[in-house]
Design a protein around this ligand. Structure first.
Ligand code: AMP
Ligand code: MG
Length: 353
């Protein structure tokens, strides 16, 4: 069992988008915490015992094991289930697909359509060409801005996938290469919370590298979540959560290649084939972490002016967009949820939707 102190836990979590705000001794009483390096960052599962004498050891073990499996199976560049499936699609063959992966692919296809193609889990070939299918990103590995991209305006789409008899998956477009990086963490968080609830643990937080969701409460009061400043170490705001809720952030400040003094983001615009620009981070609040995850990425692609239209199409109402130029925009539904902390953003935030 691993029980980091609040200070260390906060320091760990501040490396990424959202984190559990320190709750003081009363709030941490009975909090069982496990952390692991997973999904390219730190994964934390926190369970507050439902009642005195209850044990969360078994549900915790089960959930952590499942997160480890998804981290292994759904990686787009390490040998495993997804890489094998992509290999089959590339060669015009069908590939085996487990029911949970198929369900995720179906959700990704729906969200691709709702986002007008800005969220697209079929552009793995393009993400790889830009050098982002690697644990360590290098300036010299991958396309550089200005170079011709593999395709422009004709992104492969998940609508080209077919489920065959026996549950195998094929594609009528061999360019479809699955990259679930923009939705898998959200999906895994949702499944982890579902499983904990099934196991009699209704009070929990699952944080995968700054993308988190909560259920239940922190001992009679809501969980408090901090949203990190993407341009520095501070905190932009805190949120008091509602019973089951995700706080998911997509950003251009953590995974990027530094080329000639310029940050080249890991989020790629399927329309242009080039990395998205204009936003430093987008934070979405939504009951589903998977929907919030896909939407946050789509809104990063949409950029500072277009994001409200894409958010409306995707049915997400609570959005905070922090622009690369230091300005910020948000929906009124988000403004009513945030308690702003004193930061460089305080006087820069405008409600625009
Ligand atoms: P996120 O951190 O959730 O925004 O996901 C970013 C990851 O999703 C990248 O590292 C890529 O693996 C993948 N990705 C990049 N651009 C897109 C896009 N437009 N749609 C879907 N996935 C993408
Ligand atoms: Mg995402």
């Amino acid at each position: 069992m691993n029980k980091p102190s609040i200070t260390r836990r906060q320091t760990l979590s501040v490396m990424a988008g959202a984190f559990l705000w320190p709750m003081g001794a009363a709030g941490t009483r009975g909090l069982h915490i496990e952390s692991r390096p997973l999904f390219g960052s730190t994964a934390e599962v926190m369970i507050r015992h439902a009642s005195i004498g209850a044990t969360s050891a078994d549900p915790m073990r089960r959930v952590v094991k499942e997160l480890e499996r998804l981290n292994r199976d759904w990686n787009a560049w390490k040998p495993g289930v997804l890489v094998e499936l992509n290999q089959a699609l590339l060669q015009g063959r069908s590939g085996a697909v487990a029911p949970d992966l198929l369900a995720l692919i179906r959700l990704a296809r729906t969200l691709e359509a709702r986002s007008g193609g800005l969220f697209n889990a079929g552009i793995g070939g393009l993400v790889s060409a830009w050098g982002f299918h690697a644990d360590v990103l290098r300036p010299d590995a991958g396309l550089v801005p200005g170079e011709p991209v593999p395709w422009r305006g004709r992104a492969p789409s998940l609508s080209r996938l077919r489920v065959e008899a026996g549950g195998r998956l094929s594609s009528t477009d061999p360019r479809v290469q699955l990259d679930l990086g923009a939705i898998a963490k959200g999906w895994a968080i949702d499944r982890a919370l579902d499983e904990l609830a099934r196991q009699g643990q209704p009070h929990a937080v699952v944080n995968l590298g700054g993308n988190l969701a909560v259920q239940g409460d922190a001992g009679g009061r809501p969980w408090q979540i901090g949203v990190r400043d993407p341009l520095g170490g501070g905190v932009v705001a805190t949120v008091s959560t509602r019973s089951r809720e995700a706080v998911v952030t997509s950003g251009s400040y953590e995974r990027y290649r530094q080329i000639a003094g310029r940050r080249v983001s890991h989020i790629v615009d399927p329309r242009s084939g080039c990395p998205a620009e204009g936003l430093a981070s987008v934070t979405v609040l939504h009951p589903s972490a998977a929907v919030a995850d896909a939407a946050a990425t789509a809104l990063m692609v949409a950029g500072p002016r277009q994001w409200p239209f894409v958010a409306a199409r995707m049915g997400v109402r609570q959005v905070l967009a922090l622009h690369a130029d230091g300005r910020g925009t948000m929906t009124s539904a988000m403004a009513s949820r945030l308690r702003l902390r004193e930061s460089r953003w305080t006087s820069q935030l405008k409600v625009i939707a």
